[in-house]
Write a new protein. Structure first.
Length: 338
């Protein structure tokens, strides 16, 4: 049987294959099927959209720290609960920020409309940080102090903002009873809460009933003397409650007169006026029996007072020292020790 020679059905087919190879090497995504190209672009767009939405959600929910120009922040958005600014504390904070930058973020909330100063955000917490940065920027002119690191909290009820501010300060330093009472009275007066009772319950919801009762008592002190007291945050709890009881008996006018006659320059002076106001008058029963100072000898004077079953003895003069105190204790032990 004779052999037959096999030849391609299309002689030019195999010959054209090598010429096509270089083009194959140069294939790009553009040469891919249209459906693959569309799918890839859609997936990429979806990923970018998801990332952008995640960032925006985190920002809106107050979970992302942002840097805001100081000029865009209204520091007086809320009535500040802290009455007294401790200069030493602020200077220490400035030194820390100067060396290490702002370590903890403040909290702000978007304003419904830009105010006259151009502010876009209202400050909720971080007033001292805002103040420190402002002073540093003014003193140095450095741009690193011109922005506040903050969390943007969702815009909400003003009452919620006050609660957040108070909680932050209570945890950090603790507020005085006067400061707590002041914010209760002012938020109720501004219409943030319908009345003082609601303000007290809302602002100090986690406080005990006894503590809320004391804050409520200090509200009367704020309303009666808030415009004449110069160092109200230094009034201790027991003194404040005693003053409230005296004010409810109609002693407000007399105390205002005393404070106006001798305006105190220091907290100790004002506390002295308040304590003297509470001393019992000549009329009445069970009053303290106090004698004038008695000169024992040069450099040593004594004053003694007896109230009920309590004796108060005061010695003053150049001879008063630890040695004299020890001698007095020894004499009392020998005479009264039995």
């Amino acid at each position: 049987m004779a052999r037959r020679r096999l030849t391609p059905a299309q002689p030019g087919h195999l010959a054209s294959a090598p010429a096509a190879a270089p083009e194959a090497k140069g294939l790009s995504f553009a040469a891919a099927p249209p459906i693959a190209k569309v799918s890839g672009q859609s997936a990429e767009a979806a990923a970018l959209r998801e990332l952008a939405e995640g960032i925006e959600t985190a920002r809106a929910e107050g979970r992302m720290i942002v840097e805001l120009p100081l000029a865009e922040i209204a520091g007086g958005y809320l009535l500040r609960d802290r009455v007294h600014l401790d200069r030493e504390e602020l200077d220490a904070l400035k030194a820390s920020i100067r060396s290490h930058g702002q370590r903890s973020p403040a909290e702000v909330t978007p304003l419904a409309a830009e105010d006259a100063s151009g502010a876009r955000y209202g400050l909720i917490s971080g007033w001292r940080r805002l103040r420190a940065l402002g002073e540093l920027h003014e003193e140095t002119g450095e741009n690193r102090f011109a922005r506040l690191r903050a969390l943007i909290r969702p815009a909400g009820e003003a009452g919620q903002s006050y609660v957040a501010m108070i909680e932050g300060n209570e945890i950090r330093v603790g507020l005085s009873y006067y400061e707590r009472a002041r914010v209760v009275a002012e938020t109720a007066g501004r219409g943030v809460f319908p009345d003082q009772a609601t303000a007290l319950r809302s602002l100090f919801a986690t406080a005990s009933r006894a503590k809320r009762s004391k804050i409520g008592s200090f509200v009367a002190l704020y309303e009666e003397l808030g415009d004449v007291l110069r160092f109200p945050v230094d009034i201790p709890e027991r003194l404040g409650l005693a003053l409230v009881a005296k004010l409810r008996d109609g002693g407000g006018a007399e105390l205002r007169r005393r404070l106006a006659e001798a305006p105190p320059e220091e907290a100790a002076d004002e506390l002295g006026i308040l304590e003297a106001f509470l001393q019992p008058s000549v009329q009445g029963v069970s009053r303290a029996k106090q004698e004038p100072e008695e000169k024992l000898r040069d450099g040593l004077e004594m004053r003694a007072a007896c109230k009920g079953r309590k004796i108060t003895l005061t010695l003053r003069g150049e001879e008063v020292d630890e040695a004299l105190l020890e001698r007095l204790r020894r004499v009392l032990r020998e005479e009264l020790g039995g």
